[in-house]
Design a protein around this ligand. Structure first.
Ligand code: ZN
Length: 158
């Protein structure tokens, strides 16, 4: 998976001790995404709120899933990195992670932006594993694009 032993250690730590795992309420949208080439699956919920200035904030990302260590660790990193950010900042993290995973090992990852997401830099050299790493992030992007409409209309499932 990753060439760097420290990066491997970070990925395994997220796999064994996933942050924020489990499906929670309230939420606006739940999505189910699969990566058929590896057999990874994820159910992911997003909860968006508006702060006092009217900015949309990612109040929660909750998930449950099964699959390889890369797919599950990546969901944990996503939750750790994105919960509590404004939607604009969260989308920048998602964009940065996507670019890293499509770089085939040529990008030096930005730790300030991606946190433990930098551990997946080596994974980007293995096209078959890139889909594993991106599964949760694609699911989150899909859920958020649906949830933005709900939060504007005030439809949250309790
Ligand atoms: Zn996988």
């Amino acid at each position: 998976m990753s060439d760097d032993p420290l990066h491997q250690e970070i990925i395994l730590d997220h796999y064994r001790n996933p942050r924020g795992r489990g499906l929670r309420a309230p939420f606006e949208v739940q999505v189910h995404h699969v990566n058929p080439t590896c057999g990874d699956e994820i159910d992911l919920r997003v909860h968006l709120t508006k702060d006092a200035d009217g900015r949309v904030v990612v109040s929660d990302v909750s998930y449950d899933g099964q699959g390889c260590s890369i797919s599950q660790a990546s969901a944990s990193v996503l939750a750790e990195q994105i919960v509590g950010l404004s939607l604009g900042d969260a989308l920048m993290v998602q964009q940065g992670f996507s670019e890293l995973m499509q770089s085939r090992g040529t990008l030096t990852p930005d730790e300030d932006l991606l946190g433990d997401g930098i551990a997946f830099a080596g994974v980007s050299k293995y096209p078959a594993r890139v889909k594993c790493a991106l599964l949760a992030w694609m699911a989150w992007r899909d859920a958020v694009s649906q949830a933005v409409d709900s939060v504007v209309e005030g439809k949250t499932s309790e």
